[in-house]
Ligand binder design. Structure first.
Ligand code: NZQ
Ligand code: ZN
Length: 380
């Protein structure tokens, strides 16, 4: 195992009815700004639960953080927060609202333009933030990452700042999610685990087993989560799986990849394709192109997750990659770029951007522009 520091300070408050505890969780003297997306919380009753819980408290509301939050919108939130001398942020929504609020929390402590912070990549002077999560996928409710877009230039980059002080996870908030959002959330969760697991074998039995536990849970609960009547216990497993998949827990002392995500972010930036939907396509290309590098781990994953044992090693890997793609299709997601109308022009642009930035992503640092092209061509 590699050396590591693990320090995740987020308090998880899990279960039905827990939104009512907001007043006890946010210190009484705070000037709060509550941030929202486009209005789903007004239709499913979450907004009402939040304002009832905070009745009589000092807060201002900011609405309109988009899926794939934009710096253009977040600048307005930062200006409003500065005007009201906000010293506590409460994000109510999915990963996009939480991510956007992380940039707001840094922007409130910074005098320049918020996009500078994104380009810096991290900033640790922040206003405390907490979340009421309504869409499970990103793990943003229990990590310090955010992904921010600049619509004007079609760019999308990761930014690191603070962990939420607390996050309320009430699985009942997920009942109003459209099936496609749930499918994308399950795909994102699954690929988060693969980004931290699908590297080399023999680094940590414990990390492998935790990762495999999340993968099994996602595979087992997906059909029920996507059924017409998902139940509370299923949504609880889905919700907690998404949080544990990206809260630093399964990456202690082991190498990570993340090339699929970096390529996926480009597809979202260029086409607006939902994050989880990009991953359900790109991961198959990553596994096909890097199958030799990931040979031993693919065999382990195939056997332990999909029960694939017979045949030669190459045959087992073929079946493992095919079975993975089948899983994403069972969620109702596309697994080929062509199905989303994406082709050579986009591949060329991703290659150009990676080359211009001189990046080398992936566990082995070998995913540059040329490799990104090969991966995307393997997804056509
Ligand atoms: O905006 P509203 O009206 O709230 O609607 C949202 C939005 O349209 C809707 N929604 C959310 N909760 C709902 C609901 N609709 C009905 N009922 C509910 N309970 O769902 C839509 C999508 O929401 P969004 O927040 O965009 O989804 P998600 O949580 O998947 O977040 C995606 C963003 O997170 C980034 C992605 O790149 C993308 O920008 N990521 C963040 C990460 C992190 N912070 O660590 C890691 C991830 O890999 C990812 O890159
Ligand atoms: Zn993701």
């Amino acid at each position: 195992m590699n050396n590591f520091v693990y320090h995740n300070p987020t308090k998880l408050v899990f279960g039905k009815g827990q939104i009512a505890r907001l007043a006890e969780l946010i210190p009484a003297e705070k000037h709060v700004m509550i941030t929202f997306g486009g209005g789903s919380v007004k239709r499913n009753g979450v907004y009402e639960q939040v304002v009832n819980a905070l009745a009589g408290r000092d807060f201002v509301e900011f609405w309109g953080i988009e899926p794939n939050p934009s710096v253009e919108t977040l600048r307005k939130a930062i200006a409003l927060g500065k005007e009201h001398k906000v010293d506590f942020l409460l994000a109510v929504g999915g990963g996009s609202v939480v991510d956007g609020t992380k940039l707001i929390s840094a922007g409130l402590m910074y005098d320049g333009d918020a996009w500078d912070l994104v380009l810096k990549g991290s900033y640790n002077k922040t206003v405390p933030l907490a979340t009421v999560l309504t869409m499970s996928a990103t793990g943003s409710e229990m990590n310090n990452g955010a992904v921010i877009s600049r619509y004007e230039t079609k760019e999308k980059y990761a930014f690191y700042s603070n962990y939420p002080v607390f996050s309320i996870l009430d699985p009942e908030t997920l009942f109003s999610l459209p099936k496609r959002q749930i499918a994308c959330g399950l795909a994102d969760t699954f690929v988060h685990v693969l980004e931290q697991y699908m590297t080399t074998t023999g680094q940590s039995r414990l990390m492998d087993r935790w990762s495999e536990g999340i993968l099994h849970t996602v595979v087992e609960t997906a059909p029920q989560a996507l059924s017409d009547k998902p139940d509370y216990d299923t949504m609880s497993e889905y919700m907690l799986s998404a949080t544990l998949a990206l809260n630093d827990m399964i990456r202690m002392g082991v190498s990570q990849d993340w090339a699929t995500h970096m390529i996926g972010h480009e597809l979202t930036a260029l086409h607006g394709l939902t994050h989880g939907a990009t991953l359900a396509i790109v991961i198959n290309g990553t596994l096909r192109v890097l199958r030799d590098q990931k040979h031993a781990k693919l065999l382990q994953y195939g056997e332990r997750i999909w029960g694939i044992t017979g045949g030669s090693e190459e045959e087992r890997i073929d079946r493992t990659i095919a079975r993975t793609e089948e899983f994403f299709r069972s969620l109702g997601l596309s697994t080929h770029l062509a199905e989303e109308g994406i082709g050579e022009a986009t591949i060329a642009e991703v290659e150009r951007r990676f080359n211009a930035q001189g990046v080398h992503y992936g566990e082995a640092g070998n995913v540059d522009g040329a490799m990104a092209r090969r991966i995307l061509e393997a997804c056509l």
